[in-house]
Design a protein around this ligand. Structure first.
Ligand code: HEC
Length: 97
């Protein structure tokens, strides 16, 4: 029982450590191209656009998973799915701030 308790503690510790707030995930993964406020830079489109804000979360999920390799939008399929959802919720909340 002791070792079970220990492993549960260790597990919850790891989960807590792996949680990264959405704005940081956006900053690490997206802002270099899309801008710190998702306003777009050069040829990279803004994410505060009506197009993105009114897109379904599923459509954005598709973009993050597959990218758009011919145009320079990378695939983020290596990010854990939960983090991709965090980023999607974050970018779709930007206009309402
Ligand atoms: C290396 C630069 C780069 C990075 C990093 C990047 N993107 Fe992009 N992104 C692009 C480019 C370029 C396009 C335009 C693709 C096109 O025209 O089809 C794009 C398009 C998009 C679109 C579609 C926008 C539209 O109006 O159709 C979404 C949504 C998007 N990116 C979200 C993200 C998110 C979220 C992240 C971070 C997880 C991210 N991007 C990281 C370059 C980047």
């Amino acid at each position: 029982m002791d070792s079970l308790l220990l492993s549960c503690r260790t597990l919850s510790f790891l989960i807590a450590c792996r949680f990264i707030p959405a704005h940081k995930l956006f900053h690490y993964n997206c802002s270099a191209c899309h801008g710190p406020r998702a306003e777009g830079i050069g040829n990279v489109p803004p994410l505060v656009s009506t197009r993105v804000q009114t897109a379904t979360p599923g459509a954005l999920k598709w973009v993050l998973r597959n990218g758009s390799l011919t145009t320079g939008m990378p695939s983020f399929s290596k990010l854990p799915e939960a983090q991709r959802w965090q980023i999607i919720t974050y970018i779709q909340s930007l206009n309402s701030r």
